[in-house]
Structure formats: structure tokens, C-alpha cells
Design a protein around this ligand. Structure first.
Ligand code: G3P
Ligand code: MG
Length: 241
């Protein structure tokens, strides 16, 4: 992967997709056992500036308890059970640090799409910390950076300019495509809803790779491939290979 990028065509969404509690080491292990080559996960900062892997700004949905990520220390967050709310069989699965997720990706040989997911107001800090951590870490994982936040992406890119990066947007527009190019991105990651073949064509003609989220139907994945997309994010890696 890189120079500059095409890696795998399937990224398991939030580590293990629908087959495990999201954004967990258990999810990574399931992705690995299924023979998947790449995963996507979301990185946010704790109150004390430690990058942890979680999608929402609060704990309600994934841990079934109150708590705001940006107001809790890493020590508090890394002790939160995010398995039980998904299924009692996963009780004891803890919210992981970014470091732990990268180490497990390295162990399993998984390519990592690191989505920088800053809590509101922490865009630059989150991008900076993610970039700094990746810059000082042994390069034992192939990484694609992405974010809905241009500020976060820019802050990360200053620390790791050689890593491929993609701007995330819900829907294609010429303005989003221009913004991705302006940011020096190598890709434009797009939501599936409303996506049309000409959007993919335009982005590819502009020199951008295109990953599409979230695609859980094998026929749809095949159609998107025919349109020219570089790859898809899926919650059902067992169905889409
Ligand atoms: O990066 C693709 C996808 O993860 C973006 O949406 O909300 O699941 O992080 P979300
Ligand atoms: Mg994500």
C-alpha cells in the first residue's frame, strides 16, 4: 500500500463491523479471523489528551452508561466495558487506546484506516496527537488517515506528511472534491446515500481515490466497483469479500 495508497478494497467498519462490539480489540480479532486485510476505526481524545478508540462523544450508546469522552481521563475511559451493551458474551471487553488498537493491527497484519474523530472543539488537538503518535511509532502498520474535519487532517498531516489521507464527506460535491485536493489528500471518502456513478468518475478523474461507507450488500459492492470506487467500508465483512 501507498505511493499513494491502493491498499485493500474492503475496510471493516469500526474494527469488526456488526459482528463484534464496535471499535474494540475483539472486533479486530474477528476481522483477522475472517481473513480481512483492513479495518477502519475512530480516534478521539480523553480529557488528559490520550487518544482512545470510540465513535460517539458520549458513552451511552456503546457502554450503556453516562459519560463524556472529552471530560474523562484515559484511566477512566480505558476501564469502561464496551462489550456488554453489544452482547453479554462480550462482557469485559474494554474501550481500547489508539496504541492498543495499532499494536493489535500490527500483530494481525491489518491495514488501519485511522479516522480522526475529534470531539467538538478539539479538532486541531486530536489531529496533532494522532499525527505525533504515528510519527514516533515504529512503522509496523500501514495507515490511511481520514477525517470529516479538515483542521484535524491538516494537523495530523503536518506530523506525518507521507501517510496517505482522505477527506470524509457525507455526500459528494465539487466543493468537497476541491477541498480534498487543496488539503493534499489522496482520497475522498463518501457516504453511499445519493452517490452516483458520475460522482465517482469525477473524483477519480481529479486523481482522488474513493472509499464508500457503509456498504453491507454484496451486489451493491460489486456495482460500486464497476463505477470505479477504490473500496468500501462494511459492517458485514462476512458477506462482502
Ligand atoms: O470512515 C467511514 C465511516 O466510518 C464514517 O462514518 O460515522 O461511521 O465514523 P462514521
Ligand atoms: Mg468512522
Amino acid at each position: 500500500m501507498s505511493a499513494c495508497w491502493p491498499g485493500p478494497a474492503l475496510y471493516v467498519h469500526r474494527c469488526g463491523g456488526a459482528l463484534a462490539p464496535e471499535n474494540t480489540l475483539a472486533g479486530l480479532r474477528i476481522a483477522g479471523r475472517l481473513g480481512c486485510a483492513a479495518v477502519e476505526f475512530d480516534v478521539m481524545l480523553s480529557a488528559d489528551g490520550v487518544p482512545v478508540v470510540i465513535h460517539d462523544e458520549t458513552l451511552e450508546r456503546t457502554a450503556g452508561r453516562p459519560g463524556r469522552v472529552s471530560c474523562m481521563s484515559a484511566a477512566e475511559l480505558l476501564a469502561v466495558d464496551v462489550g456488554r451493551a453489544f452482547h453479554p458474551a462480550f462482557q469485559g471487553e474494554l474501550l481500547p487506546s489508539f496504541e492498543a488498537v495499532l499494536a493489535t493491527c500490527a500483530e494481525l497484519g491489518l491495514v488501519a484506516n485511522v479516522e480522526i474523530k475529534p470531539a467538538g472543539g478539539f479538532e486541531v488537538d486530536t489531529g496533532r496527537v494522532v499525527g505525533e503518535l504515528l510519527a514516533r511509532r515504529a512503522p509496523d502498520v500501514e495507515v490511511l488517515l481520514s477525517s470529516f474535519s479538515a483542521d484535524a487532517l491538516e494537523a495530523a498531516a503536518q506530523r506525518v506528511p507521507d501517510l496517505p489521507r482522505a477527506l470524509l464527506v457525507e455526500a459528494y460535491s465539487l466543493a468537497a472534491q476541491a477541498r480534498a485536493l487543496e488539503l493534499g489528500c489522496h482520497g475522498l471518502n463518501l457516504g453511499r446515500q445519493g452517490l452516483r456513478p458520475e460522482h465517482v468518475r469525477q473524483a477519480r478523474a481529479a486523481g482522488l481515490h474513493v472509499l464508500v461507507y457503509t456498504v453491507n450488500d454484496a451486489l451493491d459492492a460489486r456495482q460500486l466497483k464497476a463505477w470505479g470506487v477504490t473500496g468500501v467500508f462494511s459492517d458485514r465483512p462476512d458477506l462482502i469479500r
